[in-house]
Design a binder for this molecule. Sequence first.
Ligand code: ATP
Ligand code: MG
Length: 577
Amino acid sequence: MRQQNLLMPTLREIPSDAEAASHRLMLRAGLIRPLAAGVYTYLPLGRRVLRKAEAIVREEMDRIGAQEVLLPAMQPAELWRESGRYDVYGPELVRLRDRHDREFALGPTHEEVVTALVRDEISSYRKLPLTVYQIQTKFRDERRPRYGLLRGREFLMKDAYSFDTDWEGLDATYRAMYEAYHRIFTRCGLNYRAVEADAGAIGGEGETHEFMALAEIGEDTVVACGSCGYAANLEKAEAAAAQQAQAAADGEAAPPLERWHTPDIRTIVQLTELLGPEASRLMKALLYLADGKPVAVMVRGVDEVSEVKVQRYLGADQLELADADTVQSVTGAPVGFAGPVGLNVPLLVDREVSALGKGIAGANERDYHYRHVRPGRDFSLAHTGYFREVRLGDRCARCDEPLTLHRGIEVGHVFKLDTKYSTALGAKATSISGTKQDIIMGCYGIGVSRLLSAVLEQHHDEQGIVWPLSLAPFHVHIVPVAVTDDAQRELAEELYGRLQAQGVEVLLDDREERPGVKFKDADLIGLPVRIVVGKRAGERVVEYKERQAPEAEQITVEEAVKRVLELVRPAASRDAK
Ligand code: ATP
Ligand code: MG
């Protein structure tokens, strides 16, 4: 492609409202332009990269036998009512009415549509297993669209859905998909982790993994063990017990409850200062409203409550911290003095608290705490579980090595749905024995447009993008320093022709621009190889530089062609394997 007429509006200045590096780079390198919040146009360079990502995804989906379909974005509300999601999905669902006043939604995901399809088309186990996928625009009216393609309101997703007759079948499909995802993200040059995730609202107890690109801008936290490979989303992660259970030993020594006057001491920080070494025995009680009903959660003073774990334990649709009025009416005291003793609401106790032989907690009375609070004696341990968040300093539950925490971007998600949607929509197949059974499903997403942002978060330097070969919009950038110079122009054209004839994707900077401008643009758009044709064109010598290499090399055109083919060809055939 020739650059002169290419719609590639690069920007010198840094867009001030773009916080994420990937967002800034996409705007500056002329990959995308915004139309509305979370809604973007892909310019030619951006479109090319997107197609590369799509091609990798397609190859790996086809390789495991998934069949490509294209499902409608416009979906009747009726279908969403059948699954029960029309009302619960909330304002993220883009709703509209047609000219006959019929209600529709723009698909944020396609479980309903695909399950209805299979219900209507498949009735026997003989047609199963089946996996279909599509690469399609999704619509989600996100509360906070941001960071460019990282969280859009209109974005490109690959979504796949599997249909099996038995659990072993689902296991095998899930495994194949999981491995395909590893190949996809590896081919995209991503530094990522597959992490155990929380099944959340989509399904029941189903096994689920998220694929997290490691990046500071990420909204998720990944807990990882460098030793045994354990990795989980913070929402799901559990660590080894932080302390040995002291209950039995301490129990005998635990004196009776003692009221302790703590005027105006309401925070853990204040208590910690007051207590000194004894602060390790602090217990805090937090009050929540779970679907509107008050519950209390106890964790150690040093820990944070994991709201996801609490919500999951309670099976609640909504969980929020109780307001001051609720705290007052439930505990009889203002915020800051809540404690477990005598509380009249369900009490969830983190197991680190239950392992404390005795501790200090609020007394549900203004300006008072209790000392020598004994779990099991002074409050019930009926709801004991893992309700805290893993934190730095925790050790791996499997191998006891230290855990590390990283920020991550969720680029993919694999999920065992079980029969949630097939039951709701009546998708059944006859089994070998002749009985009708709900089909067992899985769903598998990749944020294809988000993936580009994740790649750019990891692949850039101060000058601009450093594309991995597999996603680069072109492989080679040929930059004649002065196109008005006959020798330079002719050699550049010759190289352009020869490389293209060999299937190499080449961008030729045929603009009459100052060399400084051309080089800056070349670094900004970051193609893997730059070949500058300059003063030594007459000798058929060019300047060859791989984007991440510190220095350029002076080599002959013949050598340059050879080097490019060595770089591009093995990668292409390796990718296709
Ligand atoms: P998130 O927690 O980031 O909102 P999600 O759990 O809602 O993601 P899924 O419903 O599992 O996402 O969608 C599948 C994939 O689609 C995600 O793994 C992610 O890569 C991508 N994705 C989800 N929402 C967006 C969005 N608003 N913009 C771009 N990509 C998205
Ligand atoms: Mg979401």
